[in-house]
Design a protein around this ligand. Structure first.
Ligand SMILES: [Zn+2]
Length: 191
């Protein structure tokens, strides 16, 4: 939740932003009660400041970790790790190289070798079913996989590649594991 608020404000060069409770419910997948409780608790801890509260939602000012009183940011690495969470890896093409490096210059699904000119950015969880543009959901794909995958779940898509002999059984299991590591943020792109 904090990352989401940070991404919409300070990382996007906005001092503050009006967040609707219903919109926050759907992006964070939390209940309305939990959203309100989390906002209240972050306000109490000093991570955010509620500037105004009205019918349309909360006008919130978000503080960077370095500005939060009493919070010690341990290392440069922690700051980088935090900042990367709010970056739009889909719209901001300058991160393409770091994604290519993370995915070893291969299509994340079929393992075909690709280059910056011959690849597309793919939403692992399709946008149509709520996939976002953060690094955990954006991967390097070849044109064929990108257009064939559509709204299919990544796991079902790579299973279809295995059934069609595009991936071996071993490659299928490796891909499954790799995609899980990407979507859970275990493997991160280096900026
Ligand atoms: Zn492919």
């Amino acid at each position: 939740m904090y990352y989401h608020l940070l991404a919409y404000t300070r990382i996007s060069n906005r001092e503050q932003h009006l967040f609707g409770i219903i919109a926050l419910e759907s992006t964070t997948k939390m209940s309305r009660y939990k959203v309100r409780e989390t906002i209240r608790s972050m306000d109490q801890k000093g991570c955010i400041q509620i500037v105004e509260r009205n019918r349309n939602g909360h006008m919130i000012k978000v503080l960077f970790p370095s500005e939060i009183e009493g919070l010690v940011v341990e290392s440069e690495e922690a700051i980088t790790a935090l900042d990367i969470e709010g970056l739009d890896f889909y719209k901001r093409r300058q991160y393409l190289e770091s994604l290519l490096e993370r995915d070893s210059n291969r299509c994340i699904y079929c393992l075909k070798k690709v280059t910056a000119e011959k690849c597309v950015l793919d939403h692992i969880k399709a946008q149509a079913i709520g996939g976002d543009n953060f690094y955990r959901n954006i991967a390097i794909s070849c044109h064929e996989c990108n257009s064939r995958k559509g709204e299919v779940e990544a796991i079902d898509f790579i299973r279809s590649l295995y059934r069609n002999d595009i991936l071996t059984e071993q490659e299928f299991h490796e891909r499954k594991e790799y995609i899980e590591k990407v979507t859970t943020g275990i493997i991160k792109p280096c900026l």
